[in-house]
Design a protein around this ligand. Structure first.
Ligand SMILES: Cc1cc2nc3c(=O)[nH]c(=O)nc-3n(C[C@H](O)[C@H](O)[C@H](O)COP(=O)(O)OP(=O)(O)OC[C@H]3O[C@@H](n4cnc5c(N)ncnc54)[C@H](O)[C@@H]3O)c2cc1C
Length: 420
């Protein structure tokens, strides 16, 4: 067998071959184990990712705007302006954006009834969705921002449905935040569903595989950092991040432990689930287009203090300035949580995600996200350094190389050739 050729090795093909009476191409172990999965639930083709450091086409760094008490969604009077803040969503900004926008726009309508014109400061995940939500509720909207995509932090996100990723600390979040979070998550979920099947697939469902040689852990269950096998689990968890995903279990697909041999992955344990992928480059463009189509205006402008909002013609102002709110509002409650991504050139037909040895990977249409997360959720805590770390980026790709090298003999043994 030519070991250099790409090989499918997917249980889907194995199962299909079986049904079609082509069992001679399938090695015995795969045959026995793949049958443990029902035919209708076989994984699709799992093609290897071309994990070569030469395929890194950019390295980005982003700061999660984390607040221990959760996002700031307050109505404040600044001079004669009604200002509604909408910032501090940690690692959940895209996921909660529509729900958060819905909350703040309703607050503005209540605080300043009858006003039909508003300003939105910021054009990131929160600014764009707030502007669109305000338009849908009848406002004439102008966005004021010092930068737009592709220069803003939001476009440097992983692009995954992660509504309770570093969104608050369980010790500090107010008791009623859990209900507010659930409301935001459900509203966002409904909105994201409305972008499925749209041309260019700005939002789509993809499979994720958690790979480990030790039994996979439940994210909500603490692990012993002294004995954990996964490097990410070896980090002492100093902060107790709030977890709310249980309250939306009814809309969240369940994880499934894959029977041995049902995937080409080489680890002892493979846990699969399905989640939403946000192809952020296209999605952010689409949101901007929708904003213009609905009559929105954009003005490039920087504010150095909330007092400068006085110069705006609009009396209602939504402030969606993300991490920069720390300086703008002198808000010391914001902690930067740094995250870096190495972007590999996207590959046709590769659209899955994996978690392996502290590495998060998500193959999107606009790039393959390789995110070392060795420190787990503590990674990047209180680190505002936005300079890319090239060595860390390459180290992440090398973890992938090791994984795919381990995979090669398994795929070869399965004997299912690929002409990708
Ligand atoms: C590595 C990484 C991965 C992530 N992955 C995910 C994920 O998979 N899913 C998810 O839901 N979330 C994820 N996040 C979190 C998410 O990216 C953030 O929560 C989100 O981008 C915050 O958006 P924002 O609109 O508040 O801020 P920003 O994107 O920073 O936008 C702020 C806007 O305000 C403007 N602005 C700022 N200050 C001023 C000023 N003074 N005057 C005028 N304009 C101003 C900026 O120019 C910009 O337009 C991730 C974060 C990181 C770091």
């Amino acid at each position: 067998m030519d070991r250099r050729s790409f090989l499918h090795g997917s249980a889907a093909l194995t199962g299909l071959s079986l049904l079609q009476g082509c069992a001679k191409h399938v090695a015995a172990p795969a045959l026995a184990t793949a049958s443990a999965l029902p035919f209708y639930d076989l994984p699709g083709n799992i093609l290897p990712i071309r994990a070569d450091v030469d395929r890194i086409f950019r390295i980005t760094v982003c700061l999660r705007p984390f607040r221990a008490v959760g996002p700031r969604m307050d109505v404040v009077k600044v001079g004669d302006k009604t200002v509604v803040t909408n910032y501090g969503h940690g690692g959940s900004g895209w996921s909660l954006s529509w729900g958060s926008a819905d909350v703040v726009v309703r607050k503005a309508m209540e605080a300043a009834p009858g006003v039909k014109e508003c300003a939105v400061i910021g054009a990131g995940a929160l600014g764009l969705t707030t502007a669109l939500t305000a338009q849908r509720m009848g406002y004439k909207v102008t966005i004021y921002a010092k930068e737009t995509a592709p220069y803003i932090r939001s476009v440097r996100a992983t692009g995954s449905w992660t509504p309770d990723s570093r969104v608050a600390l369980s010790t500090d979040a107010p008791a009623d935040f859990a209900a507010l979070w659930e409301r935001m998550a459900r509203t966002s979920w409904t909105m994201y569903n409305s972008y499925l099947g749209v041309a260019g697939s700005p939002i789509e469902w993809t499979d994720r595989y958690q790979l480990s040689d030790d039994p996979p852990r439940d994210r909500n269950r603490p692990v012993d950092p002294n004995t954990a096998a996964d490097p990410a689990d070896r980090t002492k968890q100093v902060h107790e991040f709030a977890r709310y995903s249980q309250s939306i279990a009814d809309i969240t697909p369940k994880s499934k432990d894959m029977p041995p041999g049902s995937t080409p992955f080489p680890t002892k344990y493979v846990r699969r689930n399905s989640s939403l992928t946000f192809n952020v480059a296209g999605y952010a463009k689409l949101l901007m287009q929708e904003f213009y189509l609905a009559g929105g205006r954009l003005e490039m402008r920087e504010f150095h203090s909330p007092n400068e909002f006085a110069s705006l013609k609009e009396s209602v102002v939504f402030c969606c300035t993300g991490y920069d709110s720390k300086a703008l509002w002198s808000d010391q409650s914001i902690v930067p949580v740094r995250g870096q991504i190495a972007w590999l050139i996207p590959q046709e037909g590769v659209n899955y995600g994996i978690g392996y040895k502290g590495l998060n990977l998500l193959a999107r249409r606009d790039g393959i996200v390789v995110q070392p997360n060795i420190g787990g959720e503590e990674e990047g805590w209180n680190d505002s350094n936005e300079t890319p770390d090239h060595a860390a980026a390459e180290a992440g790709v090398k973890i992938l190389q090791e994984l795919y090298s381990r995979m090669e003999p398994i795929i070869a043994k399965r004997g299912t050739k690929v002409t990708a």
